[in-house]
Design a binder for this molecule. Structure first.
Ligand code: UDP
Length: 479
């Protein structure tokens, strides 16, 4: 076994999984002097994912071993939901992962195993090797709390979660409103629900849970996860809040997933400070044609400058999850007639993909209209940018509630966009609230405060810095 600490990290498909995995790997290398090997299974259909993997090779912080995506067509139906697809794919990939690790020369084998949520069943490979093993959940502590507790809800709650009249109470945590539950809890008969409960049941088999959050951001939930009189008795293992782990700004002119479009940044350079709202629904979010029309009108009526990353409309909100950045398209075919011409002087419409961190860190950006995936939310907070949240799928409804109600750094629509088309007038009001209205100033002030809190967590001796130092390297004399 390796004499230097060596972490093997297993990562499931999806940009929102790969990106925070790379950031964790970098920190283990730079702060703990680990060597890291990431075992990734890229979505067979995502061009951006394969480009991201290529780009991660330089400068080389860690090794990447791409495992072949297993053929799961015989195990899942054609309409299988994302959590089903991901968990089944990672289950079927386990033999390949095991062979890849056991096939390593003994002296080069990992001393620590880290798996993500969807590959939690591979913790058993850590047992085989006799090394410490962790689960990395690149989400909030509140989401971890719900996932840890879902096996209890499964026994205690009758009927569908969304039909409950009372919020779902997790010991020591903010209750979850029935309409905010994560996608796999929307239908208890669907296979993805069973997979999700199984994930919750498997947490205690790990030696700890790494979370992309920090003490000051979610101290109440983190305390509950640690408290054996509360949620800690269910979680059973230590939690390590090691966030925020977010992508760094790309170097000028970088290509591939950077897509540091020169024209776009030249335009941004000319705009006044904090005057542009950035609109992007993550790596795979999509909306209906009707909603897209309202979004366009709302933006236009708000009279604010904008950059809008668009994707062709689709019926399901996660339609582009496995294909982000793939389709070539012409936005004029689905945006309202004349929109591009009328907004030519104030806005830019960019198809499919831009380098989001570069945009959010630009001083001209004053707001972020986001699907509030957790990576995007952290990128907004760490750049001090207030948000207009537009949750679509996965755990995004919980993120939206936390960002608006708990942290007060975002505005949201009265009714969830996943329930009903949000109209142009309401959109206009929300955009103006974070960009220009007086009562939006408090939101901007709070997010700037959180930016400082995030930086403090990762300063030397800060809470996340210390939490990462506490993770076993599997070879205590060398830690
Ligand atoms: N992203 C990007 N450009 C885009 C869309 C997304 O760079 O046009 C990045 C974004 O910065 C974030 C990740 O992709 O790091 C998306 O992760 P998130 O958790 O926000 O949402 P998901 O896409 O997984 O739903």
């Amino acid at each position: 076994m390796s004499s230097q600490p060596h972490a093997a990290i297993l990562c499931s498909p999806g940009l929102g999984h790969l990106i925070p995995t790379f950031e964790l790997a970098k920190r283990l290398v730079t702060h703990r002097n680990f060597t890291v090997t990431i075992f990734a299974i890229p979505s067979p259909t995502s061009k951006i994912e394969s480009e991201l993997l290529k780009a991660a090779a330089t400068p080389k912080f860690f090794d990447i071993i791409e495992l072949p995506p297993p053929d799961i067509s015989g195990c899942v139906g054609p309409d299988a939901a994302i959590v089903t697809l991901l968990t089944v794919m990672m289950r079927e990939a386990r033999p390949a992962f095991r062979s890849a690790i056991l096939g390593m020369e003994y002296s080069l084998r990992p001393t620590v195993l880290i798996v993500d949520l969807f590959s939690i069943e591979s913790l058993s490979i850590g047992d085989e090797l006799g090394i410490p093993k962790y689960v990395y959940v690149a989400c909030t502590a509140w989401f971890v709390a719900l996932t840890v507790y879902v096996p209890v809800f499964d026994k205690e709650v009758e009927g569908e979660y969304v039909d409950q009249t009372e919020p779902l109470r997790i010991p020591g945590c903010k209750p979850v409103q029935p309409e905010d539950v994560v996608d796999p809890m929307l239908d208890r008969i669907d296979q993805q629900y069973l997979e999700y409960v199984r994930i919750g049941t498997n947490f205690p088999k790990s030696d700890g849970i790494l979370m992309n959050t920090w003490e000051d951001l979610e101290h109440k939930t983190i305390d509950a996860l640690r408290d054996e009189g509360l949620l800690g008795r269910v979680a059973k293992v230590p939690v390590y809040p090691i966030g925020p782990l977010t992508r760094q700004v790309q170097s000028a002119g970088s290509t591939s997933t950077g897509i540091r479009d020169k024209g776009l940044f030249n335009w941004l350079d000319k705009q006044p400070c904090e005057s542009v709202i950035f609109v992007s629904l993550g790596s795979g979010g999509t909306v209906s044609l009707e909603q897209m029309t309202e979004m366009a009108w709302g933006l236009e009526l708000s009279q604010q400058r904008f950059i809008w990353v668009v994707r062709p409309p689709a019926r399901s909100a996660d339609a582009a999850f496995f294909t982000s950045g793939n389709q070539d398209d012409d936005p004029s075919t689905y945006l309202p007639k004349g929109f591009l011409t009328r907004t030519h002087d104030v806005g830019l419409v960019v198809p499919l993909w831009v380098s989001q961190v570069d945009i959010l860190s630009h001083p001209s950006i004053g707001g972020f209209w986001s699907h509030c995936g957790w990576n995007s939310s952290l990128e907004s907070i760490t750049n001090g940018v207030p948000m207009m949240v537009w949750p679509l799928y996965a755990e995004q409804r919980m993120n939206a509630t936390m960002l608006t109600e708990e942290l007060g750094v975002a505005v949201r629509s009265k009714v969830l966009p996943s329930k009903k088309v949000v109209g142009r007038e309401e959109i206009k009001e929300m955009v103006r609230k974070i960009m220009v209205d007086k009562d939006g100033q408090a939101i901007r002030g709070r997010v700037k405060g959180l930016k400082l809190s995030a930086a403090k967590a990762w300063s030397v001796g800060g809470s996340s810095y210390n939490a990462l130092s506490q993770i076993s390297c599997g070879n205590e004399r060398k830690c």
